[in-house]
Design a protein around this ligand. Structure first.
Ligand code: DAT
Ligand code: MG
Length: 148
């Protein structure tokens, strides 16, 4: 089954949005496979955002991600990468639809509350980076009530 890496950024933690965000993924029917509350250091954040290292906003982005604890998660389910991105909303909250996490809870692009993998392959890489110890092996007993 497909997996994605989701991270509640430091602003989401500070603003008390952890329960709300986890609830949206849970209620959709996705399965939580990994979760940790951690503050990452600069080299780690730079590795996570390595693809953006040439962007003018890169250093500000890294500064933001290391500014406090984040909630790092692995969620599993059918099409969870693309659907997760829909739940999260457009990168710039000014363009995120109401009903999405960023559309409901964010204003500035540099404080957009949450990260989600943009493809199955980048998800695989991000999960390996954030969860080198591996993730939980379990199957929800609700499976047959969510999938036909
Ligand atoms: P996303 O987080 O939607 O996958 P991304 O991978 O393109 O977006 O960029 C990572 C983060 O970098 C994004 O959540 C916010 C920040 N960012 C992206 N584009 C930006 C821009 N033009 N100015 C400032 N910050 C930006
Ligand atoms: Mg991205």
């Amino acid at each position: 089954m497909e997996q994605t890496f989701i991270m509640i950024k430091p602003d989401g933690v500070q603003r008390g949005l952890v329960g709300e965000i986890i609830g949206r993924f849970e209620k959709k029917g996705f399965t939580l496979k990994g979760l940790k509350f951690i503050t990452v250091d600069r080299p780690f954040a730079e590795k996570h955002y390595a693809d953006l290292s040439a962007k003018p906003f890169f250093s500000k982005l890294v500064e933001y991600i290391i500014s406090g604890p984040v909630v790092a998660m692995v969620w599993e389910g059918k099409n969870v990468v693309a659907t997760g991105r829909k739940i999260i909303g457009a990168t710039n909250p000014a363009e995120s639809a109401p009903g999405t996490i960023r559309g409901d809870y964010a204003i500035d692009i540099g404080r957009n509350v949450i990260h989600g993998s943009d493809a199955v392959e980048s998800g695989r890489k991000e999960i390996a980076l954030w969860f080198p110890e591996g993730i939980a092996e379990w199957r929800s007993s609700l499976h047959s009530w969510i999938y036909e």
